[in-house]
Design a binder for this molecule. Sequence first.
Ligand SMILES: NC(=O)C1=CN([C@@H]2O[C@H](COP(=O)(O)OP(=O)(O)OC[C@H]3O[C@@H](n4cnc5c(N)ncnc54)[C@H](OP(=O)(O)O)[C@@H]3O)[C@@H](O)[C@H]2O)C=CC1
Ligand SMILES: O=C1OC[C@@H](O)[C@H](O)[C@H]1O
Length: 387
Amino acid sequence: MTTPTVVPSAESPNLWGRINLAKPKTAVPKAPNALRIGQLSAAKIAPASLLNPAKTLDNVEVVALAARDVTKAEEYAKLHGIPRTYTSYEALLADPEIDAVYIPLPNGLHHVWTKKAILAGKHVLLEKPAASNATQTADLVQLAKEKGIVLLEAFHYRFHPAGIYFQQIIREHVNLHGGDPRAVIKGIHTEISLPKIIGDDDIRFNWDLAGGALMDLGTYTVNAIHYFTGLDIDSVDSAEATTIPKDDRVDGKARATLTLKGTDAKAELVVSLVQPLLSFSSWWNLFPNVEVETEDKVFTFTMFALPHVYHTINILDKRTGKKEETIKAYQEGYSTYRYQLEAFVRAVKEKDGVEASKSTWVSGADSIETQRVIDEIYKKAGLPVRE
Ligand SMILES: NC(=O)C1=CN([C@@H]2O[C@H](COP(=O)(O)OP(=O)(O)OC[C@H]3O[C@@H](n4cnc5c(N)ncnc54)[C@H](OP(=O)(O)O)[C@@H]3O)[C@@H](O)[C@H]2O)C=CC1
Ligand SMILES: O=C1OC[C@@H](O)[C@H](O)[C@H]1O
């Protein structure tokens, strides 16, 4: 069986070390030609997803931040060692000394600001979901192509060796059984259900900002179904969503059953942002799961969305009932976000399309397909597609 490229070693960090990966003690010196990134907004996710990983790499530097409030911009920039600040996103985009931008704005602002960034000639690392709906996503993908811009939707989990390994062992199994996933994959189940720890006024519960559990977490599950099985989704067979008390257009939780293209196999997804705080199951489900079933095996990857914090990968033999736990893939100082940032920088710097040809890369077609399925799930559940 394939071995992951990264295996545990004496230097593998312990649990605290892995949680703390986001906070390097020192920043490495930058190469003269380091990619210069500007960040749009003082987003909460950015220290983990960009700022701290960038400190560990010599070929990328976060050189500017734009935030709408001057005090917030200055305080955030000081805290994270960002040299320049702007109080308008437009001003940052007009800075000729910025090569690329990171866009961690609320979902509903992804389309407008990514479009402006592309038109300003900046490469874009764009937070998921790429836009509010599939039409907007396709618009961004087309524009980036026309302008020769690297656009990456930040499905960071795909770049981690554990995710790559999980994909490889499923592909190997498919190859052993004739090579056609349509004949081998019998089903997939994926779930991310989080306890209700975020406030009612969070961007995730805001219709105007394209919130909802499917937009926030469903996008991971749909993307993972395609990434791990190698199959597209043909139809949404059933879907139900529970909306939040303040807005009957915004899903707090949802589930759906989908048919995989060219098969009778079903994909099931469950997502929630509102699990009761005091139930064991809601904390247990903090470990997002993906389970792929074939005729004779069940492949399980626990914590697939944040594998650098913790993961297990195991293979159940349905005939013998024997479960084999495979090795873990932790690497000192590496989070999913750091692997993702490295890939983004390579794609921009190398301009040879090699990075974008890898299965880890989130292609424009992947982004459009993920959002198309989310839109279809909303329709099936009787909820409006985001505008
Ligand atoms: N990849 C991952 O693991 C994760 C991805 N995400 C994604 O990142 C994005 C940002 O999430 P998160 O960091 O939690 O977001 P925040 O709640 O921190 O908001 C991000 C920024 O949005 C800006 N903003 C602009 N307009 C508005 C508005 N009308 N209302 C509220 N905020 C506004 C604010 O910018 P300003 O600073 O200019 O005031 C704020 O700093 C989302 O798309 C989310 O899906 C989030 C978490 C994890
Ligand atoms: O990774 C994530 O986990 C928590 C979510 O709310 C967030 O938006 C998502 O990207």
